[in-house]
Design a protein around this ligand. Sequence first.
Ligand code: CUA
Length: 337
Amino acid sequence: MKRGNILIPTVLTFVIGVPLAWFFWRAPIVPALASAQGGKADFLLRLVFAIASLVFGLVAAFLGYSLVAFRRNPNDTEDGPPIHGHTTLEIVWTVVPLIVILSVGALGTKVMYDVARAQPNELTVKVVGFQWAWTFEYPAYGIVTGELVLPVEQPIAFEVTSTDVVHSFWVPEFRMKIDAIPGRVNVIRHTPVREGEFKVRCAEMCGTGHAAMLAPVRVVSGTEFLQWVNEQTGAVVGLSEAAQRGKDLASQYGCIGCHSVDGAPGVGPTWKGLYGSTRELADGTTVTADDEYLYKAIVDPGSQIVAGFQNIMPATFDEQLTDEQIRDIIEYIKTLK
Ligand code: CUA
């Protein structure tokens, strides 16, 4: 019977495992972090990768070493020696993984509670996902937008729901995501720690427009945020009654989730400067965006797709909105010059 030298695979374990663990601990395998809570998830992810790297090193080293050291001689035809187990070894390979897994489980539970814990002075943002866009409501300011603007270092509680199918609210730079489920409100907390521009992505396959279900995220300074709030609430002044009703309907029915009102690019064409402009349609024809065009665009969106956009707007507004409500929305669009 051949006798191996346990020192060789032991050393090999670390030669393979340590650089791999180091790589996963340091490597930019996720985008730069922008949420305080996300940091805890990052730590857990890297720790699990590092432990898994060492386990991989252990298995690969002993397997590789055995293949070479215990290979059969060409002339050796006898059976291998019978083995009756090794109690110490069996205890070790049961107890050690048990301790490792229980520790990771306990740490994971702690992190789960930590990231879900309510923070002082939270700002509530109600997130609604629908096929195929997002709207964000700030109850404290009476604002509903299609763009998520957040003050840096401000704890946010996102109350997430959906109006149709299951979506998932996810900003990769914030790390953790949460399902948006019809008839139910799920809460996820993030404290943005870095100013910058990110994107909300839908992380649940939800139909043909799933990949386009994006919304811009801007993390800004506290002063900039207050400026933004003033702009949003100030814009209401000077609207006719009909236009004001139209503006409220546009928030309520999620129009602004896809159609920006400030010229920003979105899933659908912006409403800024839309009224009276010349539209180039996907079929090559052009048309002027007058009342008649806008009415048709709302009740039968597939009939006149603007060049460069996809046909993903729901064709349900004909039933959801009254004629008068549609006129109000058009009145609102007229004010967005
Ligand atoms: Cu909503 Cu995918």
